[in-house]
Ligand binder design. Structure first.
Ligand code: HSE
Length: 337
């Protein structure tokens, strides 16, 4: 690409779509022309990009003519239908759905970990699941120094991961409950205000795992290129607006100390250490919201492992930024210009 690229955003009216625009703007990502694509319902409305009003167009099979980079965040079925059309039209697609993540021909990329997988890749590049990104950014530099054999992750996932409508439901149902009104959930499977529940994806009746948990396991192995890493996950939706937290315990091949992990985290790209025992100040979603880094703290020995091979920690990251839009824009920045 010699001129500034024509960039299409598919799903521009969604929570991640809005963050694609804000993130490109914030990072000074060069854009020759922005195409804002959404369903017919939103066509004709406008979004603002760098002070210009961009009219939203209906997503059709002709939408990608002349497009160099297409950022998709509109759900798996839209990606499955339109990403191959975009590629055929000559675009590189960065897809935020799970449609292509496990396709062996599709790189699954977290730039801090495996930017090399992009190289001159043409076609589709998959953006990982936000719960996977949040755990793997801090785990990767540890894994490189002292292989992680086994990791157990418990997530506390925010409303934004289920989309803009879920964020609205959290606010509306909280207001309704406070006013003593009955609120019937429209998006979430259970009452959301003052509650938490199993992640809202389907449960495999045989294994008892939900889809989100399965994604974290498979994506960890693909991104780390380590089929042997043992991953245990419990994914839970909590009434927080836009940043995911995770309690993570990992066991390394060789002994590892708290200080070693602190030293690795202090140098880790994409990580900010928030670990103040004196003030009882550790990663919180309210601090992670709007931040690019994964906050890491509560770094401590796992007392269930007397051999000294295991560490526990707590992390928080903005699900819409590093968990979605920021990671995708970082991928786009690595594409040949
Ligand atoms: N699957 C995530 C969630 C969102 O439900 O929170 C995006 O990866």
């Amino acid at each position: 690409m010699s001129n500034d690229p024509v960039v299409a955003i598919v799903g521009v009216t969604g929570a991640v779509g809005a963050e694609f625009i804000a993130t490109m703007d914030k990072r000074g990502f060069r854009v020759g022309k922005l195409k804002a694509l959404a369903s017919a319902r939103s066509a004709g409305k406008t979004v603002s990009f760098r002070g210009q009003s961009v009219v939203i167009e209906e997503l059709t099979e002709r939408s990608f003519d002349g497009v160099d980079i297409a950022l998709f965040s509109a759900g798996g079925s839209i990606s499955r239908k339109f990403a191959p059309i975009a590629v055929k039209a000559g675009a590189v697609v960065v897809d935020n759905s799970s449609a292509f993540r496990m396709d062996p021909n599709v790189p699954l990329v977290i730039p801090e970990i495996n930017a090399r997988r992009i190289r001159d890749h043409k076609g589709i590049i998959a953006n990982p699941n936000c719960a996977a990104i949040t755990a793997l950014v801090p785990l990767w530099p540890i894994h490189q120094k002292n292989r992680i054999k086994r990791v157990i992750i418990s997530t506390y996932q925010a409303a934004s991961g289920a989309g803009a409508a879920a964020m609205e439901e959290l606010v509306e149902s909280t207001r309704a409950n406070l006013n003593g009104q009955v609120y019937t959930p429209k998006v979430m499977p259970h009452p959301y205000a003052f509650n938490l529940f199993n992640h809202n994806t389907a449960i495999d009746p045989e294994t008892g795992y939900n889809d989100e948990e399965t994604k974290v396991i498979k994506e960890t192995r693909k991104i780390f290129e380590d089929e042997k890493i043992a991953v245990g996950v419990t994914c839970v939706r909590v009434p927080v607006l836009r940043a995911h937290c995770e309690a993570i315990t990992f066991e390394c091949e060789k002994p590892i100390s708290e200080d070693q992990v602190r030293a690795i985290m202090a140098q880790a790209p994409g990580v900010k250490v928030v670990d103040d025992r004196a003030k009882n100040y550790f990663p919180m979603p309210i601090d992670a919201s709007g931040q690019d880094d994964v906050l890491v703290g509560r770094i401590r020995k796992d007392l269930s492992d007397p051999t000294g091979h295991s560490i526990s920690m707590f992390v928080a990251a903005d699900q819409l930024l590093k968990g979605a839009a920021l990671n995708a824009v970082q991928i786009a920045e690595l594409l040949p210009q």
